[in-house]
Ligand binder design. Structure first.
Ligand code: ADP
Length: 479
């Protein structure tokens, strides 16, 4: 079994704490690897050395170098993609097919951002005969990227690739449960000479220790965080003390709105798939399924059949559709919401922890669908982060939109209809950073994503995603 080290100043090193964190396979409870449980002193060293690499190299000014570095990293990941996908599945529990999608998404983000590195454009203007101005885009400086465990590779690269493409130095703090896969990916960067030694550091450890130290460190210029809304809010408050830039992608409670003219089977099955993916532990999960009353009962039948057909098991099996829940704590949390849903409404299917044979040592919950809940119920309003779909009924387009916007979240939404005008009307009025029409979870490196309301601040991916990692400077010349 491997013990992973921190990567600081181009060197692999142990934490000054001498303590370790465990990575556990949530499907079996088996030990996967150790990572360092680092301290504020490790953070201090990382910040100093990344700052040194940033100011002491041409990283911020040499876009060709950055483009080559990102392309080489993509190529190195590509060579080992199957092995990396296996480790991801082992550490996180997700089905191997999904792990492959994550690795492919990381490679794609690097390649897209390699092109973007050479397109960090500003603009020019001439306000008067004797005056000329231009707007420059510069790197921000030192950025801390704090990642979650649910999509630990794709979400890391979604932010890391533009962060590096824009010319910043970066300190990566992965989630406690997914330090091993993150360290393996950083090990591939370590061998690429185009990256100045020390420009990227990896520190594993507790969010409350390492994450907090990064947020409080005066020399960290920006915090890019993906995780829960509760931690995001606390982090934003702390960052305010240092007037630090934050980019946050937080929780979601995303609705799929299915109108009576939709291709019902496709709409319901895709909506269900979007929720049961990663066992519902995904911020963009379509966790609310709102269906027109005229087709509601048919929709319930389709959803129930779909949920009951899912093969739940160890992620390494090619046949597995849904894996385990990441931790005991998260499992208890999900079961708590299910019990609340049972008390207040109806359990259409599932509603229990899976036991017996292959499930006994793991953390598995049956795909669950609830309905007959009040829109004000915590089961409808709050992010459960588990395989629990809530179905709701609407009568009119207005009611569908009102219900869609009823939670504090606004990450994404799906609209299912054959009527193009209605699709556009609804898409305009739903408060969400991404609206898919007749589809779901179509994410692209070139398409901005992010949250309205409590789902976040700033945008990842696309041109705006790159610009998040830049400062804007007006240089004005009097002629
Ligand atoms: P999740 O519920 O998905 O684990 P969290 O918001 O708890 O989401 O964690 C997301 C990331 O934030 C993880 O890397 C975690 O270690 C980190 N984190 C947790 N608490 C803090 C904190 N107080 N300050 C900074 N980072 C934190």
């Amino acid at each position: 079994m491997k013990t992973y080290l921190n990567y600081i100043n181009g060197t692999w090193m142990t934490s000054q704490s001498g303590e370790l964190l465990d990575s556990i396979d949530p499907a079996t409870g088996a030990f996967v690897a150790h990572t360092q449980s680092s301290t504020a002193r490790d953070v201090e060293l990382a910040v100093q050395t990344v700052s040194g690499a940033y100011t002491g190299s041409d990283w911020g000014s040499n876009s060709h170098r950055r483009a080559s570095a990102l392309l080489e990293w993509a190529a190195a990941i590509e060579v080992r993609k199957e092995e990396l996908a296996s480790l991801l599945t082992l550490e996180n529990g997700k089905p191997i097919r999904e792990a492959r999608v994550e690795i492919a998404g990381a490679i794609d983000a690097l390649r897209y951002c390699a092109g973007m590195a050479r397109n960090v454009f500003g603009r020019t203007f001439q306000p008067a005969e004797d005056n000329f101005g231009f707007i420059m885009k510069e790197p921000i400086g030192i950025v801390a990227v704090i990642t979650p465990w649910n999509w630990p590779v794709l979400l890391l690269f979604r932010d890391l690739a533009p962060c590096l493409a824009a010319g910043n130095g970066v300190i990566i703090k992965p989630a406690e449960r997914t330090g091993a896969i993150t360290a393996e990916l950083l090990a591939l960067l370590a061998d690429i000479p185009e990256f100045p030694s020390g420009i990227a550091a990896l520190i594993t450890g507790l969010g409350t220790v390492v994450g907090n130290a990064l947020v409080e460190h005066p020399a960290v210029d920006m915090i890019c965080f993906t995780g829960s809304t509760a931690v995001g809010k606390a982090l934003m408050q702390k960052a305010a003390a240092g007037v630090k830039k934050v980019a946050l992608e937080l929780g979601g409670k995303s609705p799929n709105l299915v109108f009576e003219d939709a291709d019902l089977t496709r709409a319901i099955e895709t909506s269900c798939r979007s929720l049961f993916m990663t066992s519902g532990q995904i911020c963009m999960a379509g966790s609310r399924l709102l269906v027109h009353e005229s087709v509601y009962e048919t929709a319930v039948d389709i959803a129930k059949t779909f949920a009951e057909s899912l093969r739940v098991g160890h992620g390494r099996l090619e046949t597995t559709d849904m894996g385990p829940i990441i931790s005991e704590k998260q499992l208890d949390n999900v079961l708590h919401y299910i019990e609340q849903g049972r008390r207040e409404g109806r359990v259409i299917t599932g509603g229990y922890r899976l036991r017996g044979a292959e499930y006994d040592n793991g953390l598995f919950i049956a795909p669950t669908i609830l309905d007959n809940l009040s829109p004000s119920s915590c089961v409808v309003q709050e992010e459960i982060f588990g395989p629990v779909l809530v179905m709701e009924k609407f009568r009119t387009e207005e009611e569908a939109i009102r219900l869609a916007n009823i939670t504090p979240y606004g990450l994404s939404a799906g609209v299912w209809t054959k009527d193009v005008s209605r699709a556009l009307r609804v898409a305009r009025q739903v408060q969400a950073g991404t609206v898919w029409v007749n589809g779901y979870n179509k994410s692209y490196a070139e398409a901005e994503s992010g949250g309205y309301k409590h789902s976040g601040i700033g945008r990842a991916r696309g041109v705006e995603g790159l610009m998040e990692f830049t400062e804007t400077k007006h240089v004005n010349i009097s002629i």
